[in-house]
Design a protein around this ligand. Structure first.
Ligand code: SAM
Length: 193
């Protein structure tokens, strides 16, 4: 049984402060969301997706945990919730204006495939945002050990390593913003041509 199947009922209570802060960080930095089609990968219980939907975006959420998605169904209206692996997306090419991976890529075993799949489904000029914690922080290296003890594949990136992976995966205008000494936001664009 995976960690998120166990913690799904308590997830929002345990992490509500972090979710609120990360949602605020993204809403402050995302382009105008009205009428935009957004993909939230590893979107979990749907708190961020619901907030973006309130801002006028058309939000699709995909996650690998049925139990997390059960919660998402309560807060995200419509039927845009998908159970699946972010490394094999059930979406057409060039479909999304924005893709988000928040506190999730370090849980995904096939990180390179996740990036190339996300690039495929972004429209030319579409933006990918990855918000996560940095392995350069000693606190995060302890967290990585704890998550692995709980059975997660957890591999946290160093910001520079993720930037290089985004660039070698065919994304451009790669930018890293350090949000604190532990947490960073990576942004990259799918080339227009
Ligand atoms: C720490 S939670 C973050 C949830 C949400 N993004 C948030 O910020 O509240 C990580 C999520 O990634 C999901 N996940 C892990 N591996 C995945 C994969 N290969 N494909 C899709 N989702 C995955 C987990 O099921 C879990 O819901």
């Amino acid at each position: 049984m995976n960690m998120f199947s166990v913690i799904a009922p308590f997830y929002d209570v345990m992490l509500s402060k972090l979710q609120q802060r990360q949602t605020g960080t993204l809403i402050d930095r995302l382009p105008d969301l009205h009428g935009k089609t957004i993909l939230d990968l590893g979107g979990g219980t749907g708190k961020l997706a619901a907030a973006l939907s309130t801002e006028g975006a058309d939000v699709y959420l995909l996650d690998a945990s049925k139990q997390m998605l059960k919660r998402a169904q309560r807060v995200l209206p419509g039927n845009r919730i998908f159970l699946g692996d972010a490394a094999r997306l059930p979406f057409a090419n060039d479909m999304f204006d924005v893709a988000l991976i928040v506190d999730a890529i370090h849980h995904m075993p096939a990180q390179h495939e996740v990036i190339t799949e996300t690039r495929r489904v972004l429209r030319p000029g579409g933006l990918l945002y990855i918000l996560d914690f940095s392995v350069n922080s000693s606190y995060i290296r302890v967290l990585q050990r704890l998550e692995r003890l709980a059975g997660e594949p957890s591999v946290f990136f160093a910001p520079d390593t993720l930037a290089e992976l985004l660039a070698t995966s065919g994304l451009e205008q790669v930018n890293i913003e350090m949000l604190s000494q532990h947490e960073f936001l990576a942004r990259a664009m799918k080339p227009v041509n």
